[in-house]
Write a protein that binds this ligand. Structure first.
Ligand code: MN
Length: 227
């Protein structure tokens, strides 16, 4: 093999109970996958189905602190179930979809809401609002062979001890197998892909020093400080 001009270490996420880490290839995200959140964003969930966007793998933060980013005065929190893909596939059926899942984590899709609103108004892409450095805090991954495939369960996020977001996995418009089936019609899924599955209602503004504390029933909890 040709040698490399400089080293490029892979982005990895720890696996709970494992000495080996999960190497990350791509991060897919689902937009407006809970009806109540779609409505709070001014959209009609019946008219506009969920859609996909991406973050770069190196946007992940596996530590307890995420820096407040530049280029925004309106940083928002979005707590989400994250699916870790362990087997690849293309045009996967709903029935086969969970066979691709290695495990689950809890993530925060940090969003520059002001930049996202600018982009929407101008018909521009969302990378500036969604794909910035440290925009994706995440917990370790919990293997499905241990925790199963959570289909229902509370999704909650508090900021400085005040409950902000509350939803249930059972309210996902596209549940996990449907997300995998739809995504794999468009992109070839591969081991190392992560999927942020969308956030319930109650998204809101963050300030420097805020402490986020979240939980997805049947998966794990997440604690992040905005430094
Ligand atoms: Mn999101």
């Amino acid at each position: 093999m040709t040698s490399l001009l400089f080293p490029l270490p892979p982005t990895v996420v720890p696996i709970d109970g494992e000495t080996r880490a999960f190497p990350v290839r791509r991060i897919y995200c689902v937009g407006r996958n809970y009806a109540a959140h779609a409505r709070e964003m001014g959209a009609d969930p019946a008219a506009e189905p969920p859609f996909f966007f991406m973050k770069p793998a190196d946007a992940l933060v596996t530590g307890a602190r995420a820096p407040y980013p530049t280029d925004t005065d309106n940083l928002h929190h979005e707590i989400e179930l994250v699916v870790a893909i362990g087997r690849g596939g293309w045009d996967v059926t709903y029935e086969q979809a969970l066979d691709l899942v290695y495990g689950y984590a809890v993530g925060i899709d940090l969003t520059k809401r002001d930049r996202q609103n600018d982009a929407k108004a101008k018909g521009q892409p969302w990378e500036r609002a969604k794909a910035f450095e440290a925009s994706a805090p995440i917990t370790p991954i919990f293997p499905a062979e241990r925790i199963g495939h959570p289909k229902t369960g509370a999704v909650e996020l508090s900021v400085n001890g005040e409950l902000r977001q509350r939803g249930d996995l059972g309210d996902l418009i596209l549940p996990v197998p449907a997300i995998i089936a739809r995504l794999s019609e468009v992109w070839t899924l591969a081991p190392g892909d992560l999927i942020f599955t969308g956030t319930p209602e109650g998204v809101g503004r963050l300030a420097r020093g805020d402490r986020l504390s979240g939980h997805i029933e049947g998966v794990t909890r997440i604690d992040v400080e905005i430094a």
